[in-house]
Design a binder for this molecule. Sequence first.
Ligand code: 1PR
Length: 570
Amino acid sequence: MPPPPQPQGAMATGAAILTIPCSAGRSPKRSSQRRSSASLSVRASFDANTVTLLDYGAGNVRSVRNAIRHLGFGIRDVRSPEDILAADRLVFPGVGAFGSAMDFLNSTGMADALREYIRRDRPFLGICLGLQLLFDSSEENGPVSGLGVIPGVVRRFDSSKGLIVPHIGWNALEITKETQLLQGVDGHHVYFVHSYHALPSDANRDWISSICNYGDSFVASISMGNIQAVQFHPEKSGATGLSILKNFLSAKSSGAKVTPRRKASKLAKRVIACLDVRSNDNGDLVVTKGDQYDVRDHSSSKEVRNLGKPVDLASQYYIDGADEVSFLNITGFRDFPLGDLPMLEVLRCASEKVFVPLTVGGGIRDFTDANGRYYSSLEVASEYFRSGADKISIGSDVVYAAEAFLQSGVKTGKSSLEQISRVYGNQAVVVSIDPRRVYVNSPEDVPFKTVKVSSKGPSGEEYAWYQCTVSGGRDSRPIGAYELAKAVEELGAGEILLNCIDCDGQGCGFDIDLVKMVSDAVTIPVIASSGAGAVEHFSEVFEKTNASAALAAGIFHRKEVPDPTLSSLL
Ligand code: 1PR
């Protein structure tokens, strides 16, 4: 259900009651294409600092709220079709699947209200699915009819030729039409995360304000009069994204120029700053960092290493230019995460300051508390999303689910991975793999996929397989990283975070053999993790493997590179 409305502030002053016909139009200028004549009672308002938000409760729009508030605007939530028609400025951050979004809009009368609002050329900003829904139809869950405002269809990216889907990451816009919304943005990268895209065609050419290339060209933004929509996430696109949002929210915006973030004109490799978080022996939640997953000091005190406060470090890495920030609650496997209120508070505070994607992992599984109350993994994930996560990451629980799936060959639909990706979309679900290298003499020695290693093992072994672990590397399982990666792709993972216990904290570079094996095996993005000790290590992993992103921790905590804006150097 939509969240409760926000305080309405000055909205009451200057409000007026109107009654207007509700109709639909392909173009704001074509009032003849009406689909409904139902009348709606409308209260028009005149409040320059409040924006109306259409959040139909299907997913996390907290990031959009945080970005709007960060820019100094208040939010009024849509509760009824009349609220749409009364809006001065409407932001529609579509989330979830196309079919269920249209079901909701049609059954509540909001589809007609949206068409009418658009026909009247009122200020509108659609985000992500909020752009796709404007088109005639989508292949997602269907075909399903959309709002029919813009001619054209929405299709899935074609992964059959090896294209990695979802399209996740920072890609460049090619601006095709001058608009105030995209002023100063040409050539900049913005953050995309989607599996479906609107196709440009002769019929919708007039609408398109920018395109982007991923496999093929797709519609990155549209603009017609006051109607704007973007496929990317301005609320997660750092300073560039915030300036786009500001251009929409502030009628008086000067559209100030922003410094180019990067020069490349294709999907950029991402650099992710990771914060391993846990309580220290005094009960304070701290950022820590291990060597091969051992986070205790090697001195006699054996204390948990304390590298700083989670929110301070996350904010700093955002300011310094990290493409994404991840929190891993590394003792989540033994503590109940919903009992870990400081962690949720960390997430809330970080999401108000970090305007790039925020991932959180640790402890996502079904759980029964001391009072016998059962919590599903979906509830745990939902709480993480509500607290500000854009993506969640699951480790141990997925290993068990993948083992069961490989044994039975049956997808039950009940695993945490399947449930969460069904509700929030697979682009919101990362699977974290914690493997350890096991050398063997020959591929025949084990029933798991092996690689010929670049450096031989201690007894001259030429091959290795990568054994998955659970509970932060404490327990080894009878499944390899390759087998796990293939299984989780089938079960609905949107990305793989590929750690390597042997390399963690060593600063000797990523395990290229492992990253190559896994990133060649799947068509979802793989994040290489563990071992970065120099800028060259990032270049190496991107040159030699199909990794889409690289994650590091120690190198940033120890300030061994100026900041995480490494992608500009690569
Ligand atoms: O199993 O669903 O509860 O998730 C637990 C999560 O916590 C998993 O993602 C797991 O990887 C992580 N985790 C558990 N124990 C540790 C530990 O360090 N003792 N951290 C741990 C994993 C690996 C990376 C690290 C990179 C880069 N740490 O997060 O940041 O290796 O480090 P580097 O650049 O310094 O080499 P669940």
